[in-house]
Write a protein that binds this ligand. Structure first.
Ligand SMILES: Nc1ncnc2c1ncn2[C@@H]1O[C@H](COP(=O)(O)OP(=O)(O)OP(=O)(O)O)[C@@H](O)[C@H]1O
Ligand SMILES: [Mg+2]
Length: 398
């Protein structure tokens, strides 16, 4: 008998049959059976030995019976593997083919493992990984390192957030131009947060008066401050939403505020704060109305000249992530995105006046997740007020 001691510590609960303590697991290398042990680099039947290295005899003088050992086998022992090992070791064919020709259990075991090992094709695995990765969409993660050492991380950001933030940091005012719903207003807010300065926003319309920007004097002679005054005097990012929808006289006031280092407000002259920045967002480049945005104003060249322009298109990774966040299943989200993007492409190719923004895809996902039917979701978020002619033109691909 030749025992190779397997366990460094004694069995915690002792022998399960007779309760004897101070026993160790060992491999009886003279007997086939049991797994090949990677730790001990040997194989052989599992046995229990005492601290003197002698075979444990259950009770008084009874020899170890196989059932007894199986009862005690360590948890991670693969009994089926042990059986296969025994089978392989006792197989006469294997014995005849073993290098020593005398039933070398180890060699038999090695050939058995080799025959069981899965056949891995590297090219196949690489193609599978590539395919899986192609379906993973990760929206841009924008990290702003502040001089103070703080970090602002926007996990789900538009790919252009970093550009807009950098422009502002460089002292520029920024005009973001892009179709509806691409995330311009959100970028403005996140850029202000990233720079850690206050954020103010108003939406311009042809009816917005200059007093909403400059503030005004009450009849009693008291000045009513505006949000713009707050940002101009004390610093902050001021966002003009729908900039190309503002009245030309209001745009002229904004132009004056950006052009000079100080500005006449109704109560006094005010010096522009060093941390004052203006961000404007628009659907057009200020060239007046176009086919999709009919009510837009022309912005004069002098005003446009004050801004760095950033084009903000649909960020498809962000759109995908916003759709997934609605809770709709993965396959349904893909179906919605595929549908919306085909319509968007078709509208673009045919220079149609319809707007199919990420609001449509996110809205459809939300409605489907809430249990609405596909047709109802399309009707509510895409078809809605669209004329029959446009709808047909848009859908004839289906
Ligand atoms: N990074 C983002 N994280 C979460 N939601 C976002 C993000 N960007 C945009 N959204 C959502 O997408 C929608 C459209 O965004 P936003 O209002 O910023 O677009 P917009 O370009 O300003 O649209 P419009 O041209 O109509 O003013 C909003 O509901 C907004 O909450
Ligand atoms: Mg907006």
């Amino acid at each position: 008998m030749m025992f190779v001691k397997h366990s460094k510590r004694t069995l915690r609960s002792g022998c399960k049959k007779c309760g004897k303590k101070a026993l160790y697991w060992a491999h009886d290398t003279a007997q086939a059976g049991g797994n090949y042990c990677d730790e001990c680099k040997t194989s052989g039947k599992w046995v229990l030995i005492d601290n003197l290295g002698s075979l444990h005899k259950c009770g008084e003088d009874n020899p170890v019976d196989p059932g007894h050992v199986e009862d005690n086998l360590p948890k991670n022992t693969d009994e089926k593997g042990a059986d296969r090992m025994i089978e392989a070791a006792t197989n006469t064919e294997n014995q005849a083919q073993s290098p020593t020709g005398n039933g070398d259990a180890f060699a038999a075991f090695q050939s058995l493992i080799a025959s069981l090992a899965p056949k891995v094709d590297r090219g196949e695995v690489a193609a599978m990984i590539k395919h899986e990765l192609a379906n993973v969409v990760v929206p841009t993660r924008t990290v702003v390192e502040r001089v103070s050492g703080d970090r602002k991380i926007v996990a789900n950001s538009h790919e252009k957030l970093a550009d807009v933030t950098t422009d502002l940091l460089a002292g520029e005012h920024v005009l973001m131009v892009g179709p509806a719903g691409t995330g311009k207003s959100t970028i403005a807010e996140q850029a202000a947060e990233s720079l850690d300065i206050p954020y103010y926003s108003i939406s311009l319309s042809p009816m917005t008066p200059a007093s909403q920007i400059l503030g005004y004097m009450q009849a009693e002679g008291e000045y009513v401050r505006s949000l713009f005054r707050e940002a101009y005097e004390n610093g902050g990012v001021f966002h003009f939403d729908e900039f190309d929808n503002g009245h030309p006289s209001v745009l002229a006031v904004i132009n004056a505020a950006l052009a000079n280092g100080a500005m006449a407000f109704p109560d006094q002259m005010v010096k522009r704060h060093v941390d004052f920045r203006c961000v404007a967002s628009a659907n057009t480049y200020g060239q007046g109305p176009d086919r999709s945005y009919v009510g837009r104003q022309q912005i004069d060249a002098a005003t446009l000249d004050r801004f760095s322009v950033e084009n903000i298109g649909v960020d498809e990774a962000l759109e995908h992530s916003l759709c997934s966040a609605t809770g709709l299943g993965k396959d349904d989200v893909s179906q919605v995105l595929d549908y919306i993007r085909r319509l968007r492409k078709r509208a673009e190719e045919r220079a149609m006046t319809v707007v199919i923004s990420p609001r449509a895809s996110v809205g459809m996902c939300r409605l489907l997740a809430a249990g609405k039917t596909w047709d109802a979701a399309v009707e509510a978020r895409v078809h809605r007020g669209m004329g029959d002619k446009d709808w047909k033109k848009l859908c004839d691909i289906y």
